[in-house]
Design a protein around this ligand. Structure first.
Ligand code: GDP
Length: 445
């Protein structure tokens, strides 16, 4: 059990195969989890907060019908881990304004210079004109290193070896890149602090930030630095309201615990992770993926799928009942779209309803609605009046209403019409299903 990943996987296996009573297995698992996390350098306070949340939910929550307590427990651990790592939501990594100035800070060796080049690569490949500034005056080789990387990536570079004040370099570099119409400018900074001088790092960061007024300050953290990550991330977040974090070397570290502490300790969010030495080895941080990796997704995937599909079947039966007993309106469609988004394609879900699956059309094209479209449709429904939601048929008759809704939702009129078509389709389908269900009842199916 050398690291956090294999350790937790083992603990889960043990939990699932344990013959002890449920409560006792939970306690055993939690003790094991605490041991692994603390050994992996996760801050003790973070560990106890995390595990007490899991314990509380494990003992209080009742799994829905058809789901075992042990399976439900795995779901709790998975969800709490995601929330510890920053929640379900993914950060938007594309800048909202142009030009956008990013300042990188971090202790020497954390991977700042490499990360500056990686970011340049990432954004260049997404169509941005990127400029790099070498303002790391602490490490002798940083200038040449960044210059070479900038050439490799194919972005503009600015640096001046004759200067030794990072604030002055940054200011001049900024001027240069703005004159070249850069859209994203990334500054690789570092002052004269050394190891263990975190507060000096923060002071220096403030001085440079004062000079260049960056849109975002990113702390580059080496995943393997352990406990220090927690203190540093915390201090950093207190000093920088516009901050986020990039964790490097996640590929190499067996611990990763320091990184988890850092995430949990700060309101600052992890934006990217570095997974190798090459410029393309960077990816936006996805708490869900990371949680899956820690838990050994291959092993728990089947359990989670079982839990979620049972839940969605219960919910769906409820939803189908309410759809079938009441009148279909846009509010129900709204609810349905929201549920579909958390459950998977509607075709798959409808098939889970016993007795109904057979009556579904072969061609599921009309049932498949892409994520993006779902968002758009939710917007459209939000732009309807209460009356229109209750009685979407009103829209069919009045074109001006469709136009007004399209404008309100910022979409084309065809989009509104497409939603109406979907509504009509579901309406027709439900009619058929109702007929079939009543036939089934009649003949005891
Ligand atoms: P700086 O002093 O903070 O600018 O650090 P560097 O960018 O020079 O990186 C220090 C070392 O870490 C170099 O050998 C990099 O190749 C390496 N490095 C940086 N990021 C990663 C990463 O995500 N994974 C791995 N394995 N190595 C990395």
């Amino acid at each position: 059990m050398s690291n956090i990943f294999s350790g937790i996987k083992e603990a889960i296996k043990k939990f699932l195969s344990s013959t002890s009573p449920y409560e006792q297995s939970v306690e055993e698992f939690i003790r094991e989890l605490q041991r692994i996390l603390i050994k992996s350098d996760v801050n003790v306070k973070v560990v106890f907060e995390f595990t007490s949340k899991i314990r509380k939910r494990a003992l209080e929550e009742k799994p829905p019908q058809g789901v075992s307590r042990r399976d439900w427990f795995i779901k709790i651990v998975y969800e709490e881990l995601i929330s510890l790592l920053g929640g379900e939501e993914e950060l938007n990594v594309l800048p909202k304004k142009k030009p956008y100035v990013i300042m990188l800070v971090g202790v020497q060796g954390s991977g700042k210079t490499t990360t500056a080049a990686k970011l340049a690569w990432y954004y260049k490949n997404r169509g941005y004109r990127v400029g790099l500034i070498a303002a790391d005056t602490f490490r002798a080789g940083a200038y040449e290193q960044l210059k070479q990387l900038a050439e490799k990536v194919g972005v503009e570079f600015w640096g001046d070896k004759g200067l030794n004040d990072p604030a002055e370099i940054s200011r001049k570099g900024l001027e240069y890149h703005l004159s070249k119409k850069a859209e994203i400018i990334i500054i690789d900074t570092a002052g004269r602090h050394g190891y263990g001088e975190e507060s000096k790092l923060i002071d220096e960061m403030k001085a440079i930030a004062d000079a260049v007024k960056p849109d975002e300050v990113i702390l580059v953290l080496d995943a393997s630095i352990g406990q220090k990550a927690y203190d540093l991330a915390k201090k950093f977040h207190e000093a920088t309201p516009i901050g986020s974090i990039i964790i490097t070397k996640l590929d190499g570290t067996a611990k990763g615990g320091g990184a988890i502490s850092a995430i949990a300790a700060t309101g600052a969010k992890v934006k990217f992770v570095g997974t190798g030495e090459k410029v393309d080895e960077i990816e936006p941080f996805r708490p869900k993926n990371f949680a899956s990796r820690i838990l050994g997704m291959g092993d728990i995937e089947a359990i989670l799928e079982r839990v979620y599909s049972t839940m969605s079947q219960n919910e769906l039966e409820e939803m189908a009942d309410s759809l079938m007993s009441g009148n279909l309106n846009m509010k129900l469609i709204y609810k349905q779209i929201k549920q579909i988004r958390s459950m998977g394609p509607i075709g798959k879900i409808l098939r889970m309803i016993p007795g109904l699956s057979m009556s579904l059309p072969e061609d599921e094209g009309a049932l498949k609605v892409s994520e993006k479209k779902m968002d758009m449709w939710l917007n459209i429904i939000n732009s309807m009046t209460y009356e229109e939601m209750e009685k979407p048929e009103l829209l069919e008759r009045e074109k001006s209403r469709i136009r007004r809704i399209a404008i309100g939702a910022g979409v084309a009129q065809e989009d509104v019409r497409e939603l109406l078509n979907y509504y009509n389709y579901i309406k027709k389908l439900l009619k058929q299903l109702k007929r079939r269900k009543s036939l089934l009842k009649k003949f005891g199916g």
